[in-house]
Design a protein around this ligand. Sequence first.
Ligand SMILES: NC(=O)c1ccc[n+]([C@@H]2O[C@H](COP(=O)([O-])OP(=O)(O)OC[C@H]3O[C@@H](n4cnc5c(N)ncnc54)[C@H](O)[C@@H]3O)[C@@H](O)[C@H]2O)c1
Length: 328
Amino acid sequence: MTVLVTGAAGFIGFHVASKLLENGVRVVGLDNLNEYYDPVLKRKRNDLLRKNDKYIFYKVDISDNKKVEEIFRKERPNAVIHLAAQAGVRYSLVDPWAYAKSNYYGTLSIFEASRKNGVKRVLYASSSSVYGSNKKSPFSESHRVDTPLSLYAATKLANESLAHAYHHLFGTDMIGMRFFTVYGPWGRPDMAFFKFTKYILRGRTIPLYNKGEMYRSFTYVDDITAPIIKLLKSKHSAGHRIYNLGGAKSIQVGVLLRKFEALLGKKAEIKFEKMHIADVKETNADITLIKKDVGFTPRVNIDDGLKRFVDWYLENETWLSRLKDAKQ
Ligand SMILES: NC(=O)c1ccc[n+]([C@@H]2O[C@H](COP(=O)([O-])OP(=O)(O)OC[C@H]3O[C@@H](n4cnc5c(N)ncnc54)[C@H](O)[C@@H]3O)[C@@H](O)[C@H]2O)c1
């Protein structure tokens, strides 16, 4: 079996590709290794994947539909896991064009190449941010999602609409995965786990939004890869489906910061900032559906996951601390 993974040098893509390779699957990885955050980290992830003979990598921008179609024609993937995107909620106010290019055009290009080349099943990354100003908690897939609060969320919603149309028109199984704040080793430098660790260790000031009174369903990355692999084969993945993939419990960001301080044995320097206009106050995943369909249960609790992240960071601190700051 050949699975094409977009964003393979990214955080989640790297973990998904690693898991597939461990299971003996041939993986075709696509990534443009862009500079939203330091590509040194992306190259290191990709170098690890390249050690496996069953991994083939193409440095390509997925919005380049001609090149993407050539790759599909050559590699003939049986399934696609589309994870490449311009991520980040706040940065979407700074450079909306990057989101239009990667998330609109890029996604269209992957969906179109998939259907032209007879790919039967496409799994693609959506986001908890599509719930926008939804006040019902926990967030369920049956809730309305028509109030995105960021341009990033709007592009992810557009991907879900596009997927619906592709299924309707061509019968492709289109499986949307709404990820809830994923963390773990090899994680993203623009996200809280990385920033809290780096800033506390270096004595840098951490901007804490809304006094830390924001809640997130933090999700350990292995708890995401396991259901993704199952969704590739599950009979429930037939048709157009959307799943929440999130941690079992929502946690306050301020409480999380205290946990980092305790683990690192050092107090954080904090500057309070008011809540960012593109942020949502709370994400809380209702995971009933994914539990029912593929037996998903988040296994790694926040304290264990946090320790695994900090251990990885400390083991690699020499080069990690030299990475350029991510764009914000
Ligand atoms: N990490 C999270 O908490 C989270 C939460 C919700 C949704 N998501 C979604 O999950 C997916 C993976 O996220 P991640 O955390 O691994 O992010 P990431 O930024 O680490 O990975 C995305 C990868 O895609 C690549 N990429 C971006 N635009 C591209 C383009 N035009 N052509 C080719 N490659 C391109 C980047 O270089 C990067 O390596 C994304 O779609 C993201 O929006 C992530």
